[in-house]
Design a protein around this ligand. Structure first.
Ligand code: ADP
Ligand code: ASP
Ligand code: MG
Length: 412
């Protein structure tokens, strides 16, 4: 019999009825003889509600207190779920992250897990109990409560699975697997049987919120077998696998990720000399602001335009910083645009195929969609476009690559 870590997201525990259904589902695995550790999120909407409360008091909440506040959402779920287990005669125990020694660094609101002492969990499993752990949280070395960033319960689950060397980490959610793109945007998106860690990592980092990026990183690093499944219906879900052993059936592209979370900053009239880009980005990095797509257009007359994207939440701080440093940087003008969106086409098959970018750009061009920025890697092509064209762009690229069809039926 196997050791399973099963994670249930916000929608899956969104009401008392759903919590009872989760208890029934997990108890079934337990009755079949599996050892089960359950990791849960806050009930849907709860984390946003808590953040809303904080914002009514402080525009930028104090990070330590933010973590104390938002971690309560998961604590409610673990207790209710354990009550639901007991009500159906299944022995279970709930624990906060700190209680099962999930040690993180001290970077409040985006802490990273460093270590997990699995002894308490193992003792309960040996005693025949289901163990229920609050996702999204841990403690730093001084015992302060920390949280792992939005969507962080996925990472808690994978980290616990790695620590316990679980047979599989199962992420139960409100879709029945990973699709070629968000099925809420493209109706004929197709569920993938499997996707490699490498591709999943690109999908997550380019905006596919079905799995938190760090969860995928962790699973790849510690070789945790990871599967995304539906909480509400039975099915095979999607396996995130180390290598694709079935290369024959591998399509050129696997998926399209997108996000609306970024904004573009452009510096005009940047001196065209060594060190300019480093001065600009050094300033931004110094304020702990992450930069994503970067483009430089060298003009004539010794100056260039330099554009990059940042998270929309960081736009104001980045603009304040750059505007006050404008003269020192020798830059003529600093402007920004928060009406943009990012689309990324991902697939390990791109490595061995030419013409992928051309087909993607043709699909966008045929719809009259202008591309503002382009960035590529071996397995990904990212473009920045106007946000108002996002849906149309994703649909037309999806159709151009016939992603709705099974790989063997695709022409490209
Ligand atoms: P949970 O609350 O269970 O963690 P999330 O909302 O974080 O669930 O993630 C599931 C959602 O991810 C789906 O409802 C879907 O809209 C979205 N999503 C985005 N991209 C994809 C994709 N490629 N495949 C499946 N779901 C996706
Ligand atoms: N409750 C947290 C959030 O909403 C963590 C999670 O759901 O994974 O971001
Ligand atoms: Mg999630």
């Amino acid at each position: 019999m196997s050791l399973l870590v099963q994670k249930f997201g916000g929608t899956s525990v969104g009401s008392v009825e759903r919590i009872k259904a989760v208890a029934e589902k997990v108890a079934g695995f337990h009755r079949d003889g599996h050892d089960v550790v359950v990791v849960v999120s806050a009930m849907s909407g709860e984390t946003n509600r808590l953040i809303g409360l904080a914002q009514q008091i402080q525009e930028q909440a104090d990070p330590r207190e933010y973590d104390v506040l938002v971690s309560t959402g998961e604590q409610v779920t673990i207790a209710l779920l354990c009550m639901a287990f007991k009500a159906i005669g299944c022995d279970a125990r709930s624990y906060t992250g700190g209680q099962v020694c999930i040690l993180t660094d001290d970077k409040h609101t985006k802490a990273r897990i460093q270590e997990i002492d699995d002894s308490r969990i193992r003792a309960d499993l040996s005693a025949g109990r289901v163990v229920v752990v609050a996702g999204f949280q841990g403690n730093d070395a001084d015992g302060n409560i920390t949280t792992l960033g939005r969507g962080g319960s996925d990472t808690s689950a994978v980290a616990i699975a790695a620590a316990l060397k679980a047979d599989e980490c199962q992420i139960y959610t409100d879709v029945d697997g990973v699709y070629t793109t968000d099925p809420r945007l493209v109706e004929d998106a197709r569920r993938l049987e499997r996707i490699t860690f490498e591709e999943m990592l690109e999908m997550a980092s380019q905006g596919s919120k079905v799995l938190q990026i760090r969860a995928v990183e962790f699973a790849g690093k510690y070789k945790v077998p990871l599967r995304v499944l539906s909480s509400f219906e039975d099915g095979p879900g999607t396996l995130i696998s180390l290598e694709d052993d079935n290369q024959m059936e591998k399509p050129v592209v696997s998926g399209i990720a997108f996000n609306r979370d970024e904004a573009k900053i452009t510096l005009k009239g940047v001196p065209d000399r060594p060190g300019s880009a480093s001065n600009i980005l050094g300033l931004v990095a110094g304020a702990n602001i992450e930069v994503d797509v970067i483009v430089q257009n060298v003009g004539h007359e010794g100056s260039s335009d330099f554009s990059f994207t940042v998270h929309r939440n960081d736009l104001k701080s980045a603009m304040d910083l750059l505007l006050s440093a404008r003269e020192n940087l020798g830059v003529a003008e600093v402007i920004c645009d928060d009406g943009i969106a990012k689309i990324a086409l991902v697939g390990v098959g791109m490595r061995s195929h030419a013409g992928v970018a051309a087909l993607m750009f043709k699909a966008l061009g045929d719809e009259g969609i202008n591309i503002h920025m382009i960035s590529t890697s071996e397995i990904k092509i990212t473009v920045i476009i106007d946000e108002k064209y996002l849906e149309l762009a994703v649909r037309s690229v999806h159709a151009a690559f016939e992603m709705e069809k099974e790989p063997e039926e695709q022409v490209s």
